[in-house]
Design a binder for this molecule. Structure first.
Ligand SMILES: [Zn+2]
Length: 410
């Protein structure tokens, strides 16, 4: 096993794209040194020897290379950073959805599809889904983001129009289905739920059973830099994806994934690009041939708290194992470069015991070396709290397991 999702026979004839990207990257003064001695990428072994890129490297490269689409507009989308200094990726109109559609067709001409990915603020998912719907030839209701008190009216409209498909980030889909449950709206005509942007939330299975019992999930996986890398169907586990033939993924020995585009139209020079996601190569239980990719979460979930490493995913998992906790989020507040407090926010269900937060706080504090050591002198700086809503990124609608903020920021 070479660690790649494609065999040498399938991948190597397409490595001309990787070769071209290597040559482009080597012209960037700040990156030239790292590519010295890597003149040719003819084989997968050559590729595995090329140093990986991370987000900051890719942004340095894009700032220098300023890629432009051959035809039509060049779209700039935000892939991170702050409002004042966004890190951007580039894409041509169409967003490479033709390969995706050639591999994956959840929608057909008879579908009426609600595009619930937020639009604007340089977030690409809404436009990508629109391009995909265009290739599918379905009806589209382009909703984007709505505010809390607008859900019920929109849901009634969806029910009347008998929408058959909806797509969004799992966090946003949860808001839609939770709103439907509280408004008593069911969507029996809804058969397809498309998702992209985060891992599937298992609670969505409960929501679907209650709101849209005929609906099944169809997932896309990728990033703003790589665009859609792979997809899955209702017959695949939610964490397992089939990479598309123009996307080459490698699983390094430490489990970290890197991505190399084989698509000649790709504007971002994606050459062994690491997103921080970890995974493993598997054969998918759906029975489809070829190597599939099982995602194992992010490897950058360890943050420094007063000089000690805090494993955020472990804390979230421990909290989410408690009965009555639907979802947990770790919020780290810094003041002048030092961690002032760590809070665990809990989204609870009716099953939650009244003293759940206090019990969990005691359990997590005593079982987490980093917390009990870092907050030895100010144990009140670690709190667990049940809340009505977790903190979500308003631009993308994603709810991350970890939020880091400055004191004074809400
Ligand atoms: Zn599968």
């Amino acid at each position: 096993m070479n660690g790649f999702t494609l065999t040498p026979e399938a991948a190597e004839p397409l490595l001309t794209v990787a070769q071209r990207n290597l040559e482009r990257l080597a012209t960037v003064p700040a990156l030239a040194d790292r590519y010295e001695g890597h003149e040719k990428v003819l084989t997968l072994a050559d590729l595995a020897a090329v140093p990986p890129l991370v987000k900051d490297d890719l942004n340095v490269a894009l700032a220098a290379l300023q890629p432009k689409a051959e035809r039509g507009a060049t779209w700039l989308f935000q892939s991170g950073g702050s409002t004042g200094a966004p890190k951007v990726g580039h894409a041509p109109t169409g967003f490479y959805m033709e390969t995706v559609h050639s591999q994956w067709q959840p929608l057909d001409r008879d579908d009426l599809f609600v595009n619930a990915w937020g639009a604007g603020r340089m977030w690409g998912a809404h436009f990508l889904a629109a391009a995909f719907a265009d290739l599918s030839g379905c009806g589209v209701i382009s909703v984007g983001s709505v505010t809390k008190d607008e859900y019920a009216d929109w849901l009634a409209f969806f029910a009347t129009r008998e929408v058959t498909a909806i797509g969004g980030t799992p966090s946003v889909l949860r808001l839609w289905f939770a709103a439907a449950r509280s408004a008593g709206v069911t969507l029996p005509a809804l058969t397809k739920v498309l998702w992209l942007g985060e891992a599937w939330h298992p609670q969505l299975d409960d929501d679907l059973a209650a709101v849209a019992p005929n609906a099944r999930r169809w997932g896309m996986f990728g990033s703003t830099e790589t665009w859609v890398v792979g997809t899955n169907t209702p017959d695949c586990p939610a964490d397992t994806f089939h990479p598309h033939p123009d996307q080459l993924v490698r699983v390094a020995e430490d489990g970290l994934l890197d991505f190399t585009t084989l698509n000649p139209e790709m504007l971002n020079p994606v050459l062994r690009y690491q997103t921080g996601d970890a995974g493993e190569l598997v054969s998918c239980p759906c029975g489809r041939e070829g190597t599939a990719l099982r995602l194992l979460g992010r490897r950058d979930s360890v943050v420094q708290v007063r000089g000690l490493g805090l494993h955020v995913d472990d804390i979230v998992a421990q909290a989410e194992r408690a009965p009555g906790v639907a979802r947990a989020q770790v919020v780290i507040t810094e003041q002048r470069g030092r961690v002032a407090s760590v809070d665990v926010l809990l989204l609870t269900s009716t099953e939650a015991a009244p003293d759940l937060a206090a019990t969990l706080r005691a359990e997590i504090f005593s079982s987490t070396f980093t917390l009990s050591t870092a907050f030895l002198h100010d144990p009140d700086s670690f709190q667990v709290e049940a809340v009505d809503a977790l903190i979500c990124n308003e631009r993308t609608g994603k709810t991350a397991s970890l939020v880091q903020r400055e004191a004074g920021q809400s």
